[in-house]
Design a protein around this ligand. Structure first.
Ligand SMILES: Nc1ncnc2c1ncn2[C@@H]1O[C@H](COP(=O)(O)OP(=O)(O)O)[C@@H](O)[C@H]1O
Ligand SMILES: [Mg+2]
Length: 381
């Protein structure tokens, strides 16, 4: 995902798009080595030049924002008026045409590394643990082999899944990062027992020494920047996806996690990256500004490319009024692709946490479980 403003002048176009088209566009653009906004710009150019097209289904289209070269949004809007189409229909046609013109280059696809997703936001209580856990559950239910890492010393994830923390003195993730462990890290994993996960969902539990992570890492003279990548490397072959439940701060630990999800050579755009749970309020925007700054600094200082996969707007309630709704639109306007999923504050989520049962086991038919499944589908594709 590219942020606006850095390169040439761009203008934002806000238009509704179906989740299916958004997903196909995101994946296909990545397969062609393009970012979404460049793919959309080329889709519009081609559509403007071409003849009228058959109508495309737009049911279920949701608010979506994209930054385009200056002048393109107004040309697109004018063309829609001339063709007597809504912008939603025009965009659906343009993207459908682009997808037809750009088939999946299956034969060029190189083997991809394990998908690495950091669920990150230094703000506490926004739903990182809830989203990381629900997403991992949904991916395992889909048939993927998933490792869920409790990367927050508080151990909320570990407790909410009723997993015993690692005993004192055990080979924790931190010990592995510091090069002080004796046993293979796989020995510290716990598989969730529920049938729906088919033994495919494993958790690396928290351990109390994680509270010392930043301090211990700061004292490490050699190999600090790659400590997490080195520690997790021996596990990667056994998984399709590794999800990290991030800590509520912007310290060294999160910097290493940002480094861990950076794009590797040959890895597709948006295959790995950072998923950010946020709320529809001002303080979440302030928090994002800081997080974004840390990500950008990391990239500048290390030369890494880190994909921001998008936002999950959590605890959203449109009845809370205009301000809440306008912040919600703000998440779509801020970045491309903006909001990947929207979760309501619902009783099932609270119960699952408090009863310490995985959400998809506690309330498999709930709206929240469905949102987790569609998020998993989008990110796994
Ligand atoms: N959409 C939601 N509906 C209901 N409860 C939620 C929802 N999102 C989070 N929660 C609950 O709110 C609390 C804080 O969320 P949590 O995931 O722990 O946030 P974080 O990890 O960012 O600190 C937890 O008890 C969690 O289960
Ligand atoms: Mg948490």
């Amino acid at each position: 995902m590219t942020h606006p403003g850095a390169e040439e002048a761009r203008e934002k176009l806000l238009v509704n798009l179906t989740p299916e088209l958004r997903r196909d566009l995101r994946i296909r653009a990545a397969e062609h080595g393009l970012n979404m906004q460049d793919a959309v710009a080329s889709a519009i150019t081609r559509w403007l030049e071409g003849p009228a097209l058959p109508e495309v289904a737009t049911k279920g289209a949701k608010s979506w924002g994209v930054y385009l070269p200056a002048g393109t949004p107004s040309r697109f809007t004018q063309a829609c008026e001339q063709r007597e189409l809504t912008k939603v229909q025009g965009m659906a046609q343009a993207i459908t045409l682009w997808l037809t013109d750009h088939p999946s280059p299956a034969e060029r696809r190189v083997a991809q590394p394990v998908k690495r997703i950091l669920v990150g936001n230094q703000k506490g209580g926004v739903g990182k643990t809830f989203v990381a856990s629900g997403l991992a559950q949904a991916m395992a239910e889909m048939g993927l082999r998933v490792l869920l890492v409790d990367y927050d010393a508080q151990g909320h994830l570990t407790r909410r899944l009723q997993i015993p923390g690692l005993p004192e003195g055990a080979d924790s993730l931190l010990k592995h990062m510091l090069g002080e462990a004796d046993k293979h890290l796989a020995r510290s994993l716990v598989a969730l027992p529920h049938e729906r996960f088919g033994g495919r969902l494993h958790v690396l539990p928290a351990s109390r020494d994680a509270f010392l992570m930043d301090t211990r890492l700061a004292l490490l003279q050699v190999g600090r920047d790659t400590a997490l990548t080195r520690a997790l490397a021996p596990l990667e072959d056994g998984y399709d996806v590794i999800v990290l439940d991030g800590p509520p701060n912007l310290g060294l630990a999160i910097d290493l996690a940002i480094g861990y999800v950076q794009r590797r050579p040959g890895e597709l755009i948006d295959h790995s990256g950072i998923l950010m749970p946020v709320w529809s309020d001002r303080s979440s925007f302030d928090a994002y500004e800081l997080l974004n700054e840390q990500i950008e600094t990391h990239c500048r200082m290390t030369g890494a490319i880190v994909d921001q996969l998008g936002f999950v707007v959590n605890a959203y309630d449109f009845r809370k009024g205009v301000v809440t709704r306008s912040f919600y639109d703000g998440w779509n306007e801020l970045t491309t692709p903006g909001v990947l999923a929207t979760l309501k504050d619902a009783i099932e989520g609270r119960e699952a946490s408090d009863y310490q049962v995985p959400l998809l086991e506690h309330a498999p038919e709930s709206g929240q479980a469905e949102v987790m499944r569609s998020l998993a589908k989008e990110l796994a594709a």
